[in-house]
Design a protein around this ligand. Structure first.
Ligand SMILES: [Cu+2]
Length: 174
């Protein structure tokens, strides 16, 4: 049994400044929370969600044939491919390489197909903040409109084996 009963209000009531701070933080978190679905529609940053089932070997052959058709050069044994502006573009991820080197025109929109012929890889254009998972057996479609000229690295961001760190491709925008 206690000798003195505890005070009814034992805590310090919040002060005016604290009340303002908590209300502002709450309001801000609610605004950002409701902006998430809004941004989904207005942000223009979502993948197309266009995917197709594809056979791994079939995709490999498709990329090879396409690369042969539009080949304009070679870099370290990998063909440099320049498709006509606005055309379909094929990119293949495989251990441990991105195939081929892409040469695109700035301001043109390309339909970029991406798939893997072996394991799961991750597609990331550097230094942009874009990440896509590349799954064997699925062909992803991304609409890409390069706006900046220059050379961009294509790296694999999904650990895929001992040579993962060597898996660097290239995108040239002219
Ligand atoms: Cu990889």
């Amino acid at each position: 049994m206690t000798i003195h009963p505890p005070e009814r209000i034992w805590w310090k009531p919040i002060s005016g400044a604290e009340r303002v701070y908590i209300s502002a933080a709450l309001l801000f978190s609610l605004v950002t929370f409701f902006l998430m679905p809004v941004w989904h529609f207005l942000g223009a940053q979502n993948p197309t969600m266009q995917t197709y089932r594809v056979d791994k070997a079939e995709y490999l052959q498709k990329v090879m044939a396409w690369a042969d058709k539009y080949k304009v050069g070679e870099q370290a044994g990998v063909p440099v491919v320049e498709p006509p502006p606005g055309a379909d573009v094929y990119l293949l991820a495989r251990t441990f390489q991105w195939y081929p080197v892409l040469k695109l025109k700035a301001g043109q929109t390309y339909r970029v197909h991406v798939s893997s012929s072996d394991l799961v890889h991750g597609l990331s254009f550097q230094p942009l903040n874009m990440n896509f998972m590349v799954l064997p057996g699925y062909e992803y479609i991304l609409y890409v409109t390069p706006t900046q000229k220059g050379e961009f690295g294509i790296v694999c961001n999904e650990f895929c084996g001992l040579g993962h760190h060597l898996m660097v491709g290239k995108l040239i925008v002219e």
